[in-house]
Design a protein around this ligand. Structure first.
Ligand code: THU
Length: 132
C-alpha cells in the first residue's frame, strides 16, 4: 500500500470522527506489517479530558485485535487543516510505546501534500524505559 493510499483511508475515516465540541475531525490509518490497516478517529467527550485522539484510537484498536509492539509499519493522519496536522504529544508517546523510531508518520495539509517524518523526528530523546 502506498502512502497516498494509506492517507486516503485516513481521510475517509475522518468522516466518522465524533467531534461535537471542537468540530475538528481527525482520521488516522495505521498500516501493519502484514498489510492490515486499522482506522482511527477522534472520539470526544463532554468531559473534555476523556477525549481520545484518532491516532490513539487506531493503535488501541490494533492492540485489542491482538497485534503487538513492532507489528506497525506506518501511520497516516488527516485533518482539515491548512498546515500539516501533526499528532499531539500524548499520541506521540503512545506511538513510541509500540512503534520503532524509524517508522514513517505521514502528515497531510490543505493541498493534499504528504510530509513524511519518522517517529524519532517527532519524538527525539523519547522516554522509553523505567530502568535507571
Ligand atoms: N486530535 C486528534 O484526534 N489528533 C491530533 O493529531 C490532534 C488532535 C483531536 C482531539 C480533539 O478531539 C480535537 O482533535 C481537537 O483537539
Amino acid at each position: 500500500m502506498t502512502k497516498e493510499q494509506l492517507m486516503e483511508v485516513a481521510r475517509e475515516a475522518k468522516k466518522n470522527a465524533y467531534k461535537p465540541y471542537s468540530n475538528f475531525a481527525v482520521g488516522a490509518a495505521l498500516l501493519l506489517q502484514d498489510g492490515t490497516v486499522f482506522k482511527g478517529v477522534n472520539v470526544e467527550n463532554v468531559s473534555f479530558g476523556a477525549t481520545n485522539c484518532a491516532e490513539r484510537t487506531a493503535i488501541f484498536t490494533a492492540i485489542a485485535d491482538g497485534y503487538k509492539k513492532d507489528d506497525f509499519r506506518a501511520i497516516a493522519i488527516a485533518g482539515d487543516t491548512e498546515d500539516f496536522l501533526s499528532p499531539c504529544s500524548i499520541c506521540r508517546q503512545v506511538l513510541v510505546e509500540f512503534c520503532s523510531p524509524e517508522m514513517p508518520v505521514y502528515l497531510t495539509n490543505g493541498k493534499n501534500e504528504i510530509l513524511t517524518v519518522t517517529l524519532e523526528q517527532l519524538v527525539p530523546y523519547a522516554f522509553t524505559k523505567l530502568e535507571m
